[in-house]
Design a protein around this ligand. Structure first.
Ligand code: NAP
Length: 291
């Protein structure tokens, strides 16, 4: 059996440090969560963030705008949040309704408060190797590896996916930690051949079961970032029942991997932790410490 990289255990261990950092501040770190529309998953993720924030003493403010909100009205809300000294982080919950341009809205966020690390400025800083806020999921992958004492230095790492949100920053972080990194994307030819070379394989695609035994070298560390909702129904009357699976076929890969992150319970909890880590760093810059 491979080592199971337990994100809840790692999160809870890092959490006590976050609580200490919040306690040392003269202000309450405050995260503004901007939601547009009523996407069900977005509502669940926002609730998870609010709940985690409460457990570490941070404050969250949920700004919920209607599905048909105009770009102008959203822009003015973001600019108002930028001006508030008592708000240290702003995130726009994705995905957005189709009529909105996500990048132009994200780029309105003050980069100091962009705790998702998605503005052009924060992406550029990461690219240059001097990150301000690292996108939370990529940072979560890195912290999960750290927690289990898995160093990427000198290893061959392969990342599936190259999005601004996950794949690209995850590859950059692994590279900064000394790994030799290859990236596979939707146009990559013969991805199995590339992934078979990996000591560390990170998968962030959004396709259930994409990665099977043919992709994994014996002894590899496999990090499954994917979150896919599939039917968990065994009987016809259970059809509305859904379950969450990753991008990796866990059953097929577990006999090869030396360590693997499960879905759920792997990278997911680390993402929320990392978001609040970024928020606290932002608050530490803008409000003085108590002692
Ligand atoms: P995304 O923006 O849709 O990007 C998907 C990436 O996968 C793209 O770069 C795409 O390549 C690549 N891809 C598509 N088919 C591929 C294939 N057959 N082989 C290799 N690469 C392929 O998705 P995302 O936002 O990065 O999210 C990826 C997954 O992570 C989703 O399941 C999402 O739900 C999950 N996620 C999890 C967390 C967490 O906390 N655990 C957080 C965020 C996201 P191209 O660039 O060529 O199109």
């Amino acid at each position: 059996m491979p080592l199971i990289l337990d994100g809840k255990k790692a999160r809870d261990s890092y959490k006590s440090r976050l609580i200490e950092r919040v306690g040392a501040l003269s202000c309450t770190p405050t995260l503004a969560l901007v939601q547009i529309g009523d996407n069900r998953e977005s509502t669940i993720y926002i609730e998870q963030k609010k709940k985690f924030g409460q457990t570490i003493g941070a404050h969250t403010e949920h700004i919920h705008l209607p599905e048909n909100a105009t770009e102008n009205s959203i822009s003015s809300r973001i600019l108002a949040l930028n001006r508030r000294d008592d708000v240290h982080g702003i995130i726009i919950q994705l995905p957005l309704p189709a009529h909105l341009d996500r990048l132009s809205l994200i780029n309105l966020i003050d980069p100091e408060k962009d705790v998702d690390g998605l503005t052009d400025e924060n992406q550029r800083l990461l690219e240059e190797g001097t990150p301000r806020h690292i996108p939370a999921t990529a940072k979560g992958v890195s912290l999960l590896l750290d927690f289990y004492g898995i160093s990427p230095a000198g290893k061959k790492a392969v990342v599936f996916g190259r999005s601004r949100l996950v794949g690209h920053p995850a590859a950059k972080l692994l590279e900064m930690k000394g790994a030799d990194v290859s990236v596979c994307h939707s146009k990559t030819e013969d991805p199995e051949k590339i992934s078979k070379t990996a000591n560390i394989l990170v998968v962030a695609v959004g396709k259930p079961g994409l990665i099977g035994a043919r992709h994994v070298k014996e002894g590899a560390v496999v990090i499954d970032v994917g979150i896919n909702s599939v039917s968990g129904a065994k009987l016809e009357e259970e059809i509305p029942k859904r379950k969450i699976v990753g991008d990796v076929d866990f059953e097929a890969v577990q006999s090869l991997a030396s360590a693997i992150s499960p879905v759920p319970g792997g990278v997911g909890p680390m993402t929320v932790l990392s978001l609040f880590d970024n928020l606290i760093s932002s608050a530490e810059k803008s409000c003085p410490r108590q002692r």
